[in-house]
Design a binder for this molecule. Structure first.
Ligand code: ATP
Ligand code: SF4
Length: 335
C-alpha cells in the first residue's frame, strides 16, 4: 500500500564516528524517500551502516557519532515540512514521540520488570497526552494490546509472565500508542524464533494497512524484507547500492551485491536457490577500497570498478515499468 506522498526524505545524509582526522564515515551520502503508508526495507550485512542511518536520522546517535551532512525532511500530517536535523529541542521531542516510534532488537528487554504491562502503556500516554483521563488511558492501553494480538486478561501481567514474542508485541503496541506516522524497526524480531518473527511482522503490516503509518524496516535478513516490504534499499559500506520494489529486487536484482545477499538466505517460496553466500568480508571503514567499494568481492568486477565510484541512478536501459529502480554499478550505466 505505498502512496506517492513522501513522509520522510533523506537527502545526502552523512554520518561519521569521531571528528577530524580520526573520523570514519559510516553513512555516505545516502538519499532515500519513504512514502506514506509504505514499508521500506533496508538490508545489508552487519556493519553496512543500517543502524547508524536510523539513529542518525532520528538524532539519537550516541557519541562519538555525528551527522556531518545532509537533510532529513519530515512531512507531518498537518503543517509545513521540517528538517529533523535542524529542529529545536522541543520540536525534536515532539517528532520523536508523537510522530515517530522506534522499536529496537532488544526492545522487549527494556520493559520495566516491576510494573504491569498495562501500567507501562498507560504511563506513555500519561507522559505525552496529559489531558487524557485515567479511564481513557486504560481503554487505549486495552485497545493497543488488542491491536497487537494480546488478550485483555494479559493486561495485568508483569513482563516476566509473558513470552519473548508477547513482550515484543507489547513494545510494538507501545510504539503505536501515540498514533505515529513513521515507525522505525531495527531488527525488531531477530531475537525471536522464525515462526514468531513472521507472525509479528504479518500483524504489523496488517496494522500499517489499517492505521496508515509508514515503516522503515531494518534487518540483515533479506528474505524477511522481500516478504514484508513494498520497496527495498540495499546498503553496502555506508552507501545505498540498489533500491527497487521488493518483488522486482527479488526476481531480478541488478547489483551483484544484492544478488549475493539474495543467495545468502533460503527463499521463502517458489523455486529453491543455491545458497552461495558472498566471499570475503565487508569493507573496513578506515580503509575503504577505491572505486566501487564492493569490487574486492564482486564476481563481475572489471578494471573500471577499481577507479570509478558508481553513482546511484536509474539505469538508462530499463523499461518504463521499472521507473522506480536505482542502482550504483558500472554494469548499469545511468545515461
Ligand atoms: P548490524 O546489523 O550489525 O547492526 P549495521 O548495518 O546496522 O550493522 P552499524 O551498526 O550502523 O551497521 O555500523 C556501521 C559501521 O559503523 C560499522 O563499521 C561499525 O563498526 C561502525 N560503528 C558503529 N558504532 C560505532 C562507534 N560507536 N564508534 C566507531 N564506529 C562505530
Ligand atoms: Fe561489481 Fe563493478 Fe558493479 Fe561494483 S561497479 S558491483 S565491482 S560490477
Amino acid at each position: 500500500m505505498s502512496g506517492n506522498q513522501p513522509v520522510l526524505e533523506i537527502r545526502n545524509l552523512c554520518v561519521d564516528y569521531g571528528l577530524g582526522d580520526q573520523a570514519v564515515r559510516a553513512v555516505r551520502d545516502v538519499s532515500l524517500t519513504l512514502h506514506r503508508g509504505e514499508v521500506l526495507g533496508l538490508a545489508g550485512e552487519s556493519g553496512s551502516g543500517k543502524s547508524t542511518l536510523a539513529y542518525g536520522l532520528t538524532r539519537l546517535l550516541p557519541p562519538p557519532g555525528v551527522v556531518s551532512g545532509g537533510e532529513v525532511i519530515y512531512h507531518p500530517r498537518e503543517g509545513a515540512p521540517m528538517d529533523v536535523l535542524r529542529l529545536s529541542d522541543a520540536g525534536l521531542r515532539k517528532f520523536r514521540w508523537a510522530e515517530t516510534s522506534i522499536v529496537f532488537q532488544g526492545a522487549m528487554n527494556s520493559l520495566n520488570p516491576v510494573y504491569k504491562v498495562s501500567t507501562q502503556l498507560m504511563d506513555v500516554l500519561a507522559a505525552h497526552r496529559p489531558s487524557m483521563s485515567r479511564a481513557d488511558r486504560l481503554a487505549r492501553a486495552r485497545e493497543l494490546l488488542a491491536l497487537v494480538g494480546i488478550a485483555a486478561d494479559r493486561m495485568d501481567s508483569y513482563p516476566h509472565q509473558l513470552s519473548g514474542g508477547m513482550r515484543q508485541r507489547v513494545m510494538i503496541g507501545m510504539a503505536l500508542a501515540l498514533d505515529p506516522q513513521l515507525v522505525i524497526m531495527d531488527e525488531p524480531t531477530t531475537a525471536l524464533d522464525v515462526v514468531m518473527q513472521r507472525q509479528i511482522l504479518r500483524q504489523l503490516v496488517g496494522l500499517r494497512e489499517r492505521l496508515g503509518f509508514s515503516v522503515l524496516f531494518i534487518t540483515h535478513d533479506l528474505s524477511l524484507l522481500v516478504e514484508f516490504s513494498d520497496r527495498i534499499a540495499i546498503m553496502y559500506g555506508g552507501r545505498i547500492v540498489e533500491q527497487a520494489p521488493a518483488e522486482r529486487l527479488y526476481r531480478d536484482p541488478l547489483h551483484p551485491y544484492s544478488d549475493g545477499l539474495l543467495h545468502a538466505f533460503p527463499p521463502l517460496r517458489g523455486e529453491r536457490r543455491e545458497l552461495t553466500g558472498i566471499p570475503g568480508s565487508p569493507p573496513d571503514l578506515r580503509a575503504m577500497p577505491s572505486g566501487c567499494a564492493f569490487h574486492p568481492r564482486c564476481p563481475k568486477a572489471m578494471d573500471a570498478c577499481r577507479t570509478q565510484l558508481p553513482r546511484l541512478g536509474r539505469p538508462a536501459l530499463l523499461p518504463e515499468s521499472d521507473a522506480d529502480r536505482t542502482v550504483a554499478c558500472v554494469l548499469h550505466p545511468t545515461g
